[in-house]
Design a protein around this ligand. Sequence first.
Ligand code: NDP
Ligand code: 8X3
Length: 253
Amino acid sequence: MPSSDRKLVVITGASSGFGMASAKKFVEQGWLVLATARRESRLEELQKELGAENCYIKRLDVTNDESISDLVGFISGMQVEIDLLLNNAGLALGLSPAHQADLNDWQTMIETNVIGLAKMTRAILPMMVEQQRGHIINIGSIAGTYPYPGANVYGATKAFVEQFSLNLRADLAGTGVRVTNIEPGLAQTEFSEVRFHGDKEKAASIYEQVEPLVAEDIAESVYWCASQPKHVNINRLELMPTCQSFSPLAITS
Ligand code: NDP
Ligand code: 8X3
């Protein structure tokens, strides 16, 4: 069992992208990480790299109630307090206009980004309230604030994350538990490969000739929010690559 003087972060979606980069950042800073995701072989590789004394792993599918219960049981068995939950697991599927989008894609995004994130929060929050401290960092997106063609349900799931994060702040007043929503723009991870259902070429084309954010940029932001003194709550943090900006509103005949 881990020694209680180390801070513990539970990370969802640690098998790739922002989650994996955050796991590495937190271990580098002396934290203990509980890395979770569906792909166990990825988690095992991560654990090998970071050391079993620094990185615990547990399979987790945030869309599966039993899997969430198993995780809660695993954490209880660790007999440590949770300092931070990084609700990072999520995905975009498809970029078609709403009238052509695949309903299964919409359902998976809602089940993962909305229901999964809400259930993970509900599962972990009682422990934090009991401790009278803790921090939930949600990974939203600029897509939750700014519309763009093809973002339809994906953007809406991230708008949920934005408002849920603010509402949690309201409910948690006086408990000592902090809540932050980090809202990144274009970042090169496996995100686009997942969005385009495994089409690597199409995914790579998104990042051609531009300099997107990288996973380590987001891990830095997560760590910065988490390492503020306990009287400071970063409500939301929005970041974009310099190459990304805003377009005029479309006007069509
Ligand atoms: P990746 O595809 O690289 O990573 C996504 C992670 O989510 C993987 O570790 C995956 O693990 C996990 N995941 C997906 N579904 C589930 C599930 N049902 N249960 C548990 N874990 C799951 O993408 P990013 O790192 O880029 O994305 C991380 C978060 O950041 C997402 O919420 C995304 O929406 C958001 N985001 C991404 C941006 C970008 O441009 N890349 C910008 C803004 C926000 P596994 O498949 O092993 O379960
Ligand atoms: C992902 C950011 O700009 O690709 O959440 O939609 S963007």
